[in-house]
Design a protein around this ligand. Structure first.
Ligand code: ADP
Ligand code: RBF
Ligand code: MG
Length: 178
């Protein structure tokens, strides 16, 4: 399906997250298709799609989502940092992938790669379905717009609040019994 023509909404969804959001998803950053940085200039941290099963979300529709991410780097001592993110779930129709994948672009400039780190997501809303495009440039354009839409959408109070969520701040760990 090609993207609809015309300008896009600058913001996604209502002023408060709606069911089934927030959705939690966590996994180890793995190697993807090697295209994000090299071809599009937009790196995406891939995590195993099996993470969706854990929360019982394997039926989640393909498309572009936004929310908060927690990146936990193990060494020298475990450190978790929260960043805004956009997530692509699906088959990348422009590239005709045969497997469904979860890819996350974190809105932050990193100095280096973080393969093997734990990435935990609090998904708060849906932006759009995945489309096929006539050119790589139009795909990049739409991803750039998704990033702006996500930033603007997360500025709303009810969305900002989830940045402080315990599960996320603990790097995707359930509360421990005391
Ligand atoms: P791959 O195909 O292996 O996923 P990409 O070209 O998509 O490779 O680049 C993703 C990798 O780049 C991530 O796994 C991570 O280690 C690194 N990276 C650096 N900056 C970012 C960022 N802002 N968002 C996501 N990943 C990033
Ligand atoms: N790929 C598509 O084929 N169609 C899309 O509509 C699409 N939208 C994306 C939106 C965002 C925010 C991101 C991060 C990725 C998107 N992708 C899409 C995936 C993109 O093709 C993929 O990240 C690269 O090919 C690297 O694997
Ligand atoms: Mg990637």
């Amino acid at each position: 399906m090609p993207p609809p023509s015309g300008p896009r909404d600058p913001i996604a969804g209502l002023d408060t997250p709606q069911s089934p959001f927030p959705l939690k998803l966590s996994g180890e950053v793995i190697k993807g298709f090697g295209r994000g940085s090299a071809e599009l200039g937009i790196p995406t941290a891939n995590i195993p799609i099996s993470g969706l099963d854990v929360g019982g979300h394997s039926d989640l529709a393909s498309g572009i989502y936004y929310g908060w991410s927690a990146l936990t780097i193990a060494s020298p001592s475990p450190t978790t940092t929260i960043y805004p993110m956009v997530m692509s779930l699906g088959y990348n129709p422009y590239y005709k992938n045969t497997v469904r994948s979860v890819e996350v672009h974190i809105m932050h400039d990193f100095e280096s790669d973080f393969y093997g780190a734990r990435l935990s997501l609090s998904i708060l809303g849906y932006i759009r379905p995945e489309y096929d495009y006539v050119s790589k440039e139009s795909l990049i354009d739409d991803i750039r717009t998704d990033i702006k839409v996500a930033e603007k959408s997360l500025e709303r109070e009810a969305y900002k609040a989830w940045k402080e969520d315990g599960w996320l701040v603990r790097g995707g760990k359930e509360e421990e019994d005391s």
